[in-house]
Ligand binder design. Sequence first.
Ligand SMILES: [Zn+2]
Length: 233
Amino acid sequence: MYLRYGYGIDATYLLIILALILTMAAQTYMRSSFSRFSRIRNMRGLTGAQVAQQVLASEGLYQVQIVPVGGSLTDHYDPRSKTVSLSESVYNSTSLAAAGVAAHECGHAIQDAKGYAPLNIRAALVPAANFGSSFSWPLFFIGLVMSSGILIQAGILLFCLALLFQLVTLPVEINASRRALVKLETLNLLGTEEYSGARKVLTAAALTYVAAAATSLLQLLRMLALSGGRRRR
Ligand SMILES: [Zn+2]
């Protein structure tokens, strides 16, 4: 291909390496914050499940179920079944990290109840984003090999769908954490110093979503560089 620097190195790989470093740094920071604040108990001795229960009750969301789920960092809210699933290390834990994560998932339940638009947009984008992330690179590379501009453009377009999903995810996640922190404070679930620990965990989690979106953006740049090079050849 083009953009080769003498020794067969594709310069656009630099973008991929940068993306990898970003992703790994964000994930390492998240895991270390989570494990650090997993070791600190909250003064009231509330488990993640109890925090979730109180947050949901404060909004009158008694129909939302709170269930334990296997795995680590597998916590999520499912709007179809109205279920907050908390990983075992959150459900039964009385740590600051558990309180933060449990309240965050309830933040999604509150978004759902209030009809928060980005949450609905994100849900609507799921099939297109899945399709896009599966087929964009194969189409793009077949397009490059066959020198087919249409296939290359289709690949880029599909990739943009996956990127759009990640961009819409950002306000959804940040807003859920903001709602969580307001609840932890106003319901007096955590003391002032404890609150800052929970906030650090949620900030670290938000950074992983920012890193994921930035990674996709770098991949899009790589696609554009590769397709531009094809035209110049
Ligand atoms: Zn979330």
